[in-house]
Design a protein around this ligand. Structure first.
Ligand code: 2HG
Ligand code: ZN
Length: 440
């Protein structure tokens, strides 16, 4: 890859050995930065020969410790593979693994199209990372997660062999769908180097409204009604303390004269006038207060209250990040009761709830605990599983959730995971300890 693309000085390694939250610190001996699929294959072959673990890393914004290594070896940074080419005839984009989500959005928009997956970390998160973690984000309700967008993939398997299927044919039914397998595989089966992604038409005109509501439970209930409104694209939940913390940490002005127990941010799109599409929603919600934005700058200002939760919470020290989905009929009850579950286990903890309420999904962030004290995490995870929910809605398992995987996955499923791992990464060098833990 060229000597200048191998980093090994301690200060150069620091950012690659620490996850975005600061909770997970790794011990890679070097960072290797290949610029092409061929170079990735060469790096992996060299690592197989030497028995060095390889941890693929994109923007390092995954939040569950999946991009850092505790087994030494190398971090393989994909960031130099950052080409983006739109195939407008097919309505698809071909992007290198290291291209940021933001750069894919920009290129798609220049051709009158849009890429469905969007996240607050869009300017750091990479296409390879979003595929490896099957990232969800803000538009899952109508447009699906990353897996729903991937048409073709190029990747290097754990034995150094390259698989490439990037033709992008509209109909192509020729066996195992490897993009589906690699989406969410968290760098344990292959290193994704390039992908062909589905683009959609640009969203119709949009409007965003921020509603102030009287309780977390009533906001969660309302979100589940809103998901059935055809114009609604996104419904995001925030609570009083979280929004106040965002304002304090970022300097954003408070959205309303007073503070309120809960907030819903609702985005609608409509062919004609999105404000008209908002009207029945405003009437139906009977909120305490509402702020509406029809212009893009105003919409960005309202979204910022929601998107900046992650950075605001990190100002309090590394949080424990839980990211769960509940069956829709258990969601409001969960939102109402989960703070009590945490406080009952660790009274000193502070709980922050926010997230993708239309899908019954919420981020439970807990601050004020030692990084290794997982008693509150355990109580929440057990509670989620007992209610029939998922212990990881969109961030994946990484290192942070390994011990709870069996709450959601049967022994037979985990054994099948192990056989896939053995087949595609026979030397066991790809991201050891992540997703499957030490089981394999
Ligand atoms: C979001 O929805 C991300 O903003 C991050 O998934 C969530 O910081 C978190 O816990
Ligand atoms: Zn999220």
């Amino acid at each position: 890859v060229g000597r200048e693309h191998v980093l090994s000085a301690p200060d150069e390694l620091l950012g690659f050995n620490t996850d975005w939250t600061g909770r997970f610190v790794g011990n890679a001996a070097a960072v290797v930065r290949p610029a092409s699929t061929e170079e990735v294959a060469g790096v992996i072959a060299a690592c197989v020969r030497n028995g060095w673990p390889v941890t693929a890393q994109g923007g390092n914004t995954g939040l569950v410790g999946g991009g850092i290594t505790r087994a030494g070896g190398v971090v393989l940074s994909t960031r130099r593979i950052d080409d983006v080419r739109v195939d407008s005839a097919a309505g698809q984009v071909i992007a290198g693994a290291g291209a940021t989500l933001g750069s894919v959005h920009e290129r798609a928009q220049q051709t009158g199209l849009s890429y469905a997956v969007d996240l607050a970390s869009r300017d750091s998160a990479t296409i390879g990372g979003t595929i490896a973690t099957n990232a969800g984000g803000l538009r899952v309700l109508r447009r699906g997660d990353t897996r729903a967008q991937v048409v073709g993939i190029e990747a290097v398997l754990g034995d150094g062999s390259v698989i490439s299927h990037l033709g992008g044919l509209a109909r192509d039914n020729t066996g195992y769908h490897l993009p589906s397998l690699l989406c969410g595989s968290e760098g344990t089966l292959a290193v994704v180097t390039r992908a062909r992604l589905r683009l959609s038409n640009q969203l119709a005109a949009r409007a965003v409204a921020l509603f102030a509501l009287e309780s977390a439970k009533s906001a969660a209930d309302a979100a589940l009604h809103l998901r059935r409104e055809p114009a609604v694209e996104a419904v995001e939940l925030m609570l009083r303390l979280g929004l106040a913390l965002v304002c304090e940490a970022t300097g954003l002005p408070a959205p309303f004269p007073g503070q309120h127990a809960a907030y819903l941010l609702v985005e609608v799109s409509a062919g004609e006038d999105p404000l008209l599409a908002l009207e029945p929603i405003v009437e139906g919600l009977a909120a305490i207060d509402v702020a509406v934005a029809a212009d893009p700058a105003g919409q960005r200002r309202l979204w910022a209250y929601r998107e900046r939760h992650t950075e605001a919470i990190n100002t309090l020290g590394p949080p424990h990040k839980l990211d769960v989905t509940l069956p829709l009929d258990a969601f409001a009850h969960f939102v109402d009761t989960v703070p009590g579950v945490v406080e009952g286990t660790r009274p000193q903890a502070r709980v922050w709830l926010f997230g993708h309420a239309a899908e019954g999904s919420v981020h439970v962030n807990i601050s004020g605990l030692d990084p290794d004290d997982e008693a509150a995490d355990d109580a929440v995870m057990t509670y989620v599983a007992a209610l029939g929910g998922s212990i990881s809605a969109e961030h994946g398992i990484g290192r942070a959730k390994v011990r709870w995987l069996s709450l959601n996955r049967s022994e037979a499923e985990i054994a099948a995971f192990g056989r896939l791992k053995q087949a595609l990464d026979p030397a066991g060098i790809l991201n050891p300890g992540v997703l499957l833990g030490q089981r394999i």
